[in-house]
Design a protein around this ligand. Structure first.
Ligand code: 1OR
Ligand code: 1OR
Length: 373
């Protein structure tokens, strides 16, 4: 699809991390002047830079106490206590928050069945092994909420992470309503993953039921796998021009949903005429797109890193329009299944349709050339 020359520029991880943290702080605080805010932010960052080689980041963590209601301290100021996160690329491997035993909350069969149903679609849990998944189920506890209850307040330290069983929850940033969860989804993972203050306020609109997991357990079981996955796909997702329209937070959710698949040279990835089960982003290697013609196949396009395919059938709800093969060695792809596609990229359908228009134009062009021959 489009050839984006900026793809060749390697963005260092540290730069990405610092800019991500800065952007979150900026979005959370929405200060009147970006430049003043940036100057202050980076000065503070420099002043609080930890001594090289120091690994005291978890000591801060364990001391953290939930800030009280009405705490006037803005998140960026509060966060200077967590030097490591804002000063350098966060390394969960160096995090020793995983000491000690995991809490177990006994559950009735009925509760456990409800919990399993609620976590079925939690993308963050996808890469967990069976044993880890059982630990997660044991560690979660039920929390009933009433309309108006504040589950999370922006700027607080992170205590729990929540999976929704039922209820409607509104998300606010600086008192501005930005999104709503209705009976499904999860929230509260950001503060625990990135070791930073709560990025938003979450308030219950209706009675509801949440499954909660405490910070320690979240970090012990989920941090490394979830963080690694978000990190792993970050570069890929940043290199796909179509996804520029996504907000950082949506890109993170997309990373949770992706599954890596590899194909050997010559292997077929998609067969023309098949029903679609998802789409692919190319992480490494090239693929050849071929269409059936007169009992043969002709190549209509080659795609490489940062490009995607298999979206057409998802958008049009039709069978695969072409076959796709791995070419020139091993091909590594990130696969997004239909469900996650609809949930996360559904609103990008208009962008995708622009490409589809291009396929149609090319098709008409080819048909015209063929009849003129
Ligand atoms: P948390 O631990 O920071 C608040 O606590 C939670 O609200 C947060 O984790 C997310 O789980 C959830 N940006 C940041 N946090 C969000 C957002 C969000 N939506 C839900 N949460 N944005 C909205 C994206 C549609 C981006 C706004 C710029
Ligand atoms: P899909 O889900 O139909 C095959 O599965 C994929 O090949 C398709 O999604 C596109 O992502 C990809 N026409 C149709 N599909 C194409 C084309 C294409 N190129 C890539 N795909 N044309 C080539 C445009 C450069 C038009 C050919 C006439």
């Amino acid at each position: 699809m489009s050839s984006d020359s900026s793809r060749r520029i390697q963005v260092p991880d540290e730069l990405k991390e610092v800019l991500l943290q800065f952007s979150i702080s900026y979005l959370v605080e929405q200060p009147p002047d970006l430049i003043d805010f940036a100057a202050e932010y980076f000065n503070k960052l420099q002043a609080n830079r930890p001594v090289i080689g120091s690994t005291d980041n978890t000591a801060d963590d364990n001391q953290s106490v939930n800030s009280q209601e009405g705490d006037a301290e803005p998140p960026a100021v509060q966060s200077t206590r967590r030097k490591s996160v804002f000063a350098e690329a966060y390394d969960p491997e160096a995090d020793d928050d995983d000491e000690g035993a995991t809490a177990i909350f006994p559950k009735t069969d009925e509760q456990r069945a409800r919990l399993i149903e609620s976590v079925k679609n939690v993308l963050l849990f996808r890469s967990l092994e069976k044993e880890q998944m059982n630990q997660v189920l044991d560690a979660m506890f039920e929390r009933k909420v009433q309309p108006g209850d504040f589950i999370i307040r922006q700027g607080d330290d992170g205590d729990n992470f929540y999976v929704i069983e039922s209820g409607i929850y509104k998300v606010y940033i600086n008192d501005k309503h930005i999104s709503t969860y209705t009976h499904t989804g999860l929230f509260g993972e950001l503060a625990l993953l990135y070791n930073m203050p709560r990025a938003a306020t979450v308030q219950a609109e209706t009675v509801g039921l949440l499954w909660a997991m405490d910070r320690q357990t979240f970090r012990r079981i989920l941090l490394k796998s979830a963080f690694k996955k978000r990190k792993m796909y970050e570069e890929l997702l940043n290199s796909v021009p179509m996804l520029k329209a996504l907000q950082n937070y949506e890109r993170m959710n997309l990373a949770d949903a992706l599954v890596t698949k590899t194909y050997e040279n010559g292997e077929r990835i998609i067969k023309q005429g098949d029903a679609a089960d998802g789409m692919y982003f190319i992480e490494e290697g090239t693929v050849s797109v071929r269409m059936d013609q007169d009992n043969d196949e002709i190549e209509i396009s080659q795609l490489g890193k940062g490009q995607y395919f298999g979206e057409l059938a998802l958008v049009t709800h039709r069978p695969r329009a072409a076959s796709v093969y791995a070419t020139g060695g091993v091909v590594k792809l990130a696969f997004l299944d239909t469900d996650a596609f609809e949930r996360i990229l559904g609103f990008l359908t208009d962008v995708l349709k622009r490409n589809i228009l291009m396929y149609e134009q090319m098709f008409t062009e080819m048909a015209r050339r063929n009849t003129n021959l």
